[in-house]
Design a protein around this ligand. Structure first.
Ligand SMILES: C[S@@+](CC[C@H](N)C(=O)[O-])C[C@H]1O[C@@H](n2cnc3c(N)ncnc32)[C@H](O)[C@@H]1O
Length: 253
């Protein structure tokens, strides 16, 4: 049976102790929560208790860049040769991430575009509707893994493109505790399974670097034949990930 492990702690502290990985999915703080205005969803008939976004608060742009620089270096250093990393981000810090990932000597394979089929309209009337996020795919040298044939069959028999459409996390899969949303950035399971199947080799050792509620690790468990370590610093979220990976309890470290 594939083994999964949840590590509660700061990625920057624990990563050097966790060994080497064949593939890493990183969904870091986007550094943009200060841009959102509180919206009274009650007026639209759906009341949302806002989740805790304190992890996404940085003193300044320089502070965010310093944080990014540190974690990208650690992540690059614990990739096996030929291993690859996919990083989720928006346009806001695309330049910082690309520069740091390239600066570590990683090979830039694609900016995969995730087109959100049910994106939320922009209320400002000053900007366009934000409808996509990036999945930055980099490898450590040659020999990276991509299941070309599976991706082609997923795409209806045509070569898979670097723009893929998935709906955002549905209400039915949204993790809530006592009605409260736990992680606004929770990624949809279909997108996570697409990454796990398309870009990770059976038998490989994977890392979900910023766990949240562990959407990538849960996808890996569903796909099977791979093991996954998840790092999350928030104790409540780490406990939720353990529960999702091991509903019966007792098997997940
Ligand atoms: C964008 S969310 C990840 C959401 C996740 N992909 C999901 O679908 O549930 C980022 C997560 O990283 C965690 N985090 C932030 N800084 C961290 C750090 N230095 N070490 C470990 N976890 C961290 C936050 O607590 C938050 O849960």
């Amino acid at each position: 049976m594939a083994e999964h492990q949840v590590v509660e702690g700061d990625l920057l502290t624990v990563l050097p102790t966790l060994g080497v990985f064949d593939f890493i999915y990183a969904d870091p703080p986007y550094g943009i929560s200060h841009l959102s205005r509180p919206i009274d969803f009650g007026k639209m008939g759906v009341y949302q208790v806002p989740p805790d976004t304190s992890y996404d608060t940085f003193a300044s742009e320089e502070d965010y860049t310093r944080f990014t620089c540190k974690w990208v270096r650690w992540v690059a250093s614990c990739l096996s040769p030929g291993g690859s990393v996919v990083v989720s981000t928006t346009h806001h810090h695309l330049d910082t991430l690309l520069s740091e990932l390239k600066g570590c000597g990683l090979k830039h394979l694609h900016n995969i575009v995730w087109l959100k089929t049910n994106a939320i309209p922009n209320m400002s009337a000053k900007l366009l509707m934000h409808t996509h996020e990036y999945l930055l795919w980099f490898s450590k040298g040659g020999g990276w893994y991509m299941d070309y044939h599976w991706l082609k069959s997923w795409n209806g028999g045509k070569q898979c493109r670097d723009v893929v459409s998935f709906p955002m996390t549905s209400e039915s899969e949204r993790v809530r505790v006592d009605g409260k949303m736990i992680c606004r950035a929770q990624k949809p399971s279909a997108l996570m399974e697409w990454i796990a199947r398309g870009f990770t080799r059976p038998g490989s050792r994977l890392l979900e670097a910023f766990g949240g509620v562990g959407s990538f690790a849960v996808a890996v468990k569903n796909v099977g034949e791979r093991s996954c370590v998840v790092v999350e610093k928030d104790p409540t979220r780490a406990a939720i990930i353990r529960g999702r990976l091991d509903p019966g309890g007792g098997e997940i470290g």
